[in-house]
Design a protein around this ligand. Sequence first.
Ligand SMILES: [Zn+2]
Length: 406
Amino acid sequence: MAETIRLYRAPLILPVAAPPLCDGAVLTADGRVRAVGPYPEVRRLAETLPVATEVDYEGHVLIPALVNAHCHLELSGLAFLSRQWQPAPGDITGWIRRLLAAREERPADPDAALLALARLFAGGCRTVLDIGNEPGSAAIGRQFKVEVFFYLELLGFSGAAQEAALVRLAEQPAELCCTGHAPYSTGPELFRALKKRAAAASCRLPVHVAESVAEEEFLAHGGGPLRDFLQERGLDLAAYRPPGCSAVAWLDRLGLLDEQTICVHGVQVSREDIARLAARRAGVCLCPGSNRYLGVGRAPLPAYLEAGIMPALGTDSQASNHGFSLWHEMKVLREDHPEVEPATVLAMATMAGARLLGRESETGVIAPGVASALPAVVCPDAASGPEKVLEYLTTAGEDIRLEWIE
Ligand SMILES: [Zn+2]
């Protein structure tokens, strides 16, 4: 059967892995990018092929598909939490209490997860790392041509809770990726077992780490609001000896930090922590929208970039974020760090996420071989050059409108 070959022309193309192209074109064949470059050049190549269609995307900019490197789709039905209630700045235990109470009252809503994925897809995202308690999001994702990498989250900090989590872990099918929650909710034995399993199955290990001052306080001294919270949840902490170090240092001591581990949030980190993450080549995913909602602080993005780490971006759940879109994350990040180049922010939402998930040969950039599903973003100033367009893309938030090219 003959290949379906298409030629797409746009006043601006941002391949991300390569410099911007004014009056550029993308040539696609059977769902893959065949070539990307200046229009006259790609047009000449297209003339040697039986091109089925040529589409002129005037007033649009073509960009790589976005990657949501951290979210919890099953909490989508609890979006009312972030809409109706604002925690005191940094009161993470207050928020967790509310979340747990809301979960007890309302069972997970699969329709809300479906709508959340539809919303991500409509916003230009086709790759998602989803963490939850019930697998199923991967199947939902196929309805929107969204690749969902699901991770089952296990909690068990110590004693019987950790033992039970280890038993549950051993019962999971080999093909299911599993992960822990955070250093204050996942014990050392469970973390080590999860790491061993992830390495054997070539899974990533996404872990919430250094999200709040409360977490750092608990690990450093064993006290603070997280201690009260865990005791309230029935944990016996009488024999607990805190590691006496930062969350990042604790994960390193447990042997968790390497290229397969994704440190999510990374807000309360020191220069030493960042140097440690860089030395271990650990992945980092920032969730600026969620961090802002919870008031836990801003991740030190310039320090990460200086250390050679380009973090990916995640929305986290709708229960802890006023927005639910990578465009919202980019906007918040620009507001938090006006000194960071807009091109870097777009690269974080695309290429960095794809790399973190090991999908860089499939998505996150516009280059020969990647999937040809690319967002064509409506941008009246598309012909006015990359600087103006990048400014718009990274500050417009959820006002962005786009369609997918195939
Ligand atoms: Zn999360």
